[in-house]
Design a protein around this ligand. Sequence first.
Ligand SMILES: [Zn+2]
Length: 161
Amino acid sequence: MGKYDLYQLVQLPRFSGGEREVTVYFDGLSCLERVEAKRRIYPYTVYSEKEFSEALLDWFLRGKGITWPPHSVERGLIRKAHFCPQCGKQVDKVETKTMKLDARIDSARIPPFDIGVEVPGVMCLSCGLSQVLADPAKDTVLNFEVRVAMILALNNAGITP
Ligand SMILES: [Zn+2]
């Protein structure tokens, strides 16, 4: 018997995971499911676990799959603050509202699926520009929270490495 004889390919309905103000969801992710045991994520057959999480971050945080909306620019060494990219006014004291980003991931290596993230956003009180309150160019708390939320989402769906 081959290695995957006990598994069948299934496409999972939407599932999500959250960490603080960040929620990540997957919709239509394919995985190999073993009836009497834990699920195995399908991309593991073509990606190692580390490759898959790196690919998710590429699609997501590094802008290869998602076009980021305008986002704040983080400046400051000791006291970090966020500024509007359009007018330069400080924006991190404004009340946050959830912003949604989503994308269809269409990679040659796995069946297409949708992935989305909900992150805190603000509207600049000076010029009115809506923006994500996070600077994807920096290794911020948000990036960490997105990673944790991704892992929690996969765990919630019974997908374990
Ligand atoms: Zn502004």
